[in-house]
Design a protein around this ligand. Structure first.
Ligand code: CTP
Ligand code: MG
Length: 231
């Protein structure tokens, strides 16, 4: 079946705190999310790439995206990430660009260091899976639970704890159904919506390089990772 990448890029980057949303900031001569979209488009098993931007977006048109093949822009971003994803799926289905049993790979625009190899690893691991799943990383550090005053209440055993990354890969109809349930503010990733429907997504080992640019100091790390890759 087909594989369609859907990239939510309608956030305003509150934590980053720049007037231009972080996905449009310059990174090695291109908008940050140009790296994200180009890598997804370079995966041979991905048939189409769609990006969701905010209806009031003032930045998308400032760049020439024609170097990225098979790119569709959807101006249907919502108030939360889950709403942006839900609206994006609905727009693709209405346009006849998404069939019920197509695989959707939802990937954060801000995870600009995603590699072709990681996406291929995810697709290969889930090819015969009845639910789908996500890239994730075993928690590397000792985990503490704090009380409201900032004192340690407990050390949480880290065995079995994973940090969720993206892409998160599910069948289009299953994901649309799951995202249609409950308040989207409570849904922080696609997998949690699927879990809320009683299904168990598979975890596929990701990579620390596939981190999400969240704060200004993250840009230098992203630049270094991309520079090392292109040699
Ligand atoms: N996103 C989106 N629609 C929203 C909120 C977020 O499409 N209403 C996208 C962001 O553009 C980003 C991805 O979801 O690519 C991951 O979200 P995050 O890193 O939290 O980005 P922001 O929400 O923009 O940042 P912040 O939470 O700091 O405001
Ligand atoms: Mg956010």
């Amino acid at each position: 079946s087909r594989h369609v990448a859907l990239v939510p890029a309608a956030g305003f980057g509150q934590r980053f705190g720049s007037p231009t949303p972080k996905q449009y900031l310059d990174l090695a001569g291109r908008p940050l999310m140009a790296h994200t979209l180009a890598t997804l488009a370079a995966v041979s098993t991905i048939d189409a790439v769609a990006v969701v931007v905010s209806p009031g977006d003032e930045w998308f048109e400032d760049f020439d995206w024609s170097a990225i093949p098979r790119l569709t822009v959807l101006r249907v971003g919502g108030a939360s990430r889950a709403e942006s994803v839900r609206n994006g799926i609905a727009a693709l289905r209405e346009a006849g660009q998404l069939a019920d049993d197509d695989w959707l790979l939802v990937h954060d625009a801000a995870r600009c260091c995603i590699s072709v190899e990681l996406v291929e690893r995810l697709i290969a691991a889930l090819a015969d899976d009845s639910v789908g799943g996500l890239l994730a990383l075993p928690v590397p550090d000792t985990v503490k639970r704090a009380d409201p005053t900032g004192r340690v209440e407990a050390t949480v055993a880290r065995a079995g704890l994973w940090l969720a990354q993206t892409p998160q890969m599910f069948r289009a109809a299953m994901l649309a159904e799951a995202l249609g349930h409950g308040a989207t503010e409570a849904i922080t990733d696609e997998a949690s919506a699927i879990e809320a429907r009683g299904l168990a997504p598979r975890l596929v080992e990701g990579d620390a390089q596939n981190f999400k640019v969240t704060y200004p100091q993250d840009l230098a790390l992203a630049a270094a990772i991309l520079a090392a890759r292109t040699g």
